[in-house]
Design a protein around this ligand. Structure first.
Ligand SMILES: CC(=O)SCCNC(=O)CCNC(=O)[C@H](O)C(C)(C)COP(=O)(O)OP(=O)(O)OC[C@H]1O[C@@H](n2cnc3c(N)ncnc32)[C@H](O)[C@@H]1OP(=O)(O)O
Ligand SMILES: O=C([O-])CC(=O)C(=O)O
Length: 375
C-alpha cells in the first residue's frame, strides 16, 4: 500500500501550499484518488475521456455526456495551417517537449483565451490537439510527411497511435494507452502542477499556465524520467548485466531514473498497474530481454536501497513495446497531465490569492554603495 513519507526539509517538502479537491496522494488506505475515486479502479474500468471529464467538469459523465464529450473532442483535433507551418520549422533534433511547449504557446497566440469563461473550451481544444501537435512535427521532421491530423479513432490514445504509426492500432494498444493516460492524469501539487498554479495565481491565461507546466515536466527528476529510464534499460542485454550495472551506478551515487518518490514511502500505486500491462505487451511482442532487465533493476533497487519504481519506470518498456520512439514518452505525459494542470488552474482561479512565499536571506549584511571609479 502506498503511504506518504514523513516529510521535512528543503524543496518545500511537507508544507501545505494550498487546498485541492482534485486528488489525494499517499493517504493511508488509498494510494492515489481522483475526486475520491481510486486510480486503480479508474484504470481498470474507465476511459481516459471519462477521467478527463471527471477532473475538468467535476463528476463522472453519464453515457450520453461521455458520447457528447468524445464527439466534441474529435471535432477539435485538426491543427490550424499557421501552427502546422510553425511545427514544420522546428528541426528533427529538437526535443519533442520543446515542440509541445512551442505548439501550446503558439496556439495561445492564434486562439487566445480572452476570458476565463472560456477555460474549459480552451482546455478541450488543447486536449484534442496535443496528439497532432506531437505527431505532425514528428512525422514531418523524421519522415518528411505532412500527415492528416484527423482520424476516426474514438479515444485520444488510439488517435495518437494512429497518427504516429499511420494505421489503426490494435485493441490491446488502445487499452494500454488509455490506462497510461489515466495513470498520469493528476497528482496533486507535483512540480509541474504547482508551476501551473503559480502562473494561474497571477491571473495569467491558460496557455501560459500550461506552457510553464510543460517546462517543469520536461526535467528528468519529473516527467523526463520515463525517457531516462528507457535509455538506461536499453543499455543492458541481460538481467545479470543489469544487476551489475545497477550496483555500479549505486556505488557511483548516480540517480537511477524511474525510482523513488517525493511523497510515496514504499510504493507508487500506479506502478503495479503499468507493470502488469508492460508484462502483457512483453509477451505479445515475444520480448525476452527488456522486461527481465527491468525486473532485475527493480529487484536490485529494492534490495540495495529500499527504493521502488515510480509511475515512470515500467511506462518506459510499455511504450517501447508499442513501438513508440523514446523521445515521445514525456510528450504523452503532457497529453494526459494537461487535464490535472487545467483542473488545478480552474481551482486556483476560483479561490485565488497570488502565490508569493518568502525567502530566508543568506547573503551579505547591508552595506554602503561604492561608486564604480572607487571599486
Ligand atoms: C511521475 C514523476 O514525476 S515520478 C518522479 C520521476 N523522477 C525520477 O524517477 C527521478 C529519480 N528519482 C529522484 O530523483 C527522486 O527520488 C525524486 C526527485 C523523485 C524525489 O526526490 P526526494 O524527495 O528528494 O527523494 P528522497 O528524499 O526520498 O531521497 C532520499 C535519498 O534517496 C536517494 N534517492 C532518491 N531517489 C533515488 C534514485 N532514483 N536513485 C538513487 N538514489 C535515489 C536520494 O539521493 C537521497 O539520498 P541522500 O539522502 O543520500 O541524499
Ligand atoms: O508527485 C510528484 O512529485 C511526481 C509525480 O509522481 C507526478 O507528478 O505524477
Amino acid at each position: 500500500m502506498a503511504e506518504a513519507k514523513v516529510l521535512s526539509g528543503a524543496g518545500l517538502r511537507g508544507q501545505v501550499a494550498g487546498q485541492t479537491a482534485l486528488s489525494t496522494v499517499g493517504q493511508a488506505g488509498a494510494g492515489l484518488t481522483y475526486r475520491g475515486y481510486d486510480v486503480r479502479e479508474l484504470a481498470a474500468d474507465a476511459q481516459f475521456e471519462e477521467v478527463a471529464y471527471l477532473l475538468l467538469y467535476g463528476e463522472l459523465p453519464t453515457k450520453a455526456q461521455l458520447a457528447d464529450y468524445q464527439g466534441k473532442l474529435s471535432k477539435l483535433r485538426d491543427l490550424p495551417q499557421a501552427l502546422k507551418e510553425v511545427l514544420e520549422r522546428i528541426p528533427a533534433d529538437a526535443h519533442p517537449m520543446d515542440v509541445m511547449r512551442t505548439g501550446c504557446s503558439f496556439l495561445g497566440n492564434i486562439e487566445p483565451e480572452k476570458d476565463f469563461s472560456e477555460q474549459r473550451d480552451k482546455t478541450d481544444r488543447l486536449l484534442a490537439a496535443f496528439p497532432a501537435i506531437m505527431c505532425y512535427w514528428y512525422r514531418f521532421s523524421h519522415d518528411g510527411k505532412r500527415i492528416n491530423c484527423v482520424t476516426d479513432e474514438q479515444s485520444i490514445g488510439g488517435h495518437f497511435l494512429h497518427l504516429l504509426h499511420d494505421k489503426k492500432p490494435s485493441e490491446l494498444h488502445v487499452k494500454v494507452m488509455n490506462v497510461s493516460l489515466i495513470l498520469y492524469a493528476e497528482h496533486e501539487f507535483n512540480a509541474s502542477t504547482f508551476t501551473a498554479r503559480v502562473c494561474a495565481s497571477t491571473l495569467s491565461d491558460l496557455y501560459s499556465c500550461v506552457t510553464a507546466a510543460i517546462g517543469s515536466l520536461r526535467g528528468p527528476l519529473h516527467g523526463g524520467a520515463n525517457e531516462a529510464a528507457m535509455e538506461m534499460i536499453e543499455r543492458f542485454s541481460s538481467p545479470e548485466e543489469a544487476i551489475k550495472g545497477t550496483l555500479g551506478m549505486l556505488e557511483r551515487k548516480d540517480k537511477i531514473m524511474g525510482f523513488g518518490h517525493a511523497i510515496y514511502k514504499d510504493s507508487d500505486p500506479r506502478n503495479e498497474v503499468i507493470k502488469g500491462w508492460s508484462k502483457k505487451l512483453a509477451d505479445e511482442v515475444g520480448d525476452k530481454v527488456l522486461f527481465a532487465v527491468s525486473e532485475a533493476i527493480d529487484k536490485t533497487m529494492w534490495e540495495q536501497k529500499k527504493l521502488f519504481p515510480n509511475a515512470d519506470f515500467y511506462h518506459a518498456s510499455a511504450y517501447h513495446f508499442m513501438g513508440i520512439p523514446t523521445k515521445l514518452f514525456t510528450p504523452i505525459f503532457v497529453c494526459s497531465r494537461l487535464t490535472g494542470w487545467a483542473a488545478h488552474v480552474f481551482e486556483q482561479r476560483a479561490n485565488n490569492r497570488i502565490i508569493r512565499p518568502s525567502a530566508e536571506y543568506t547573503g551579505v549584511e547591508q552595506r554602503k554603495f561604492v561608486p564604480i571609479e572607487r571599486r
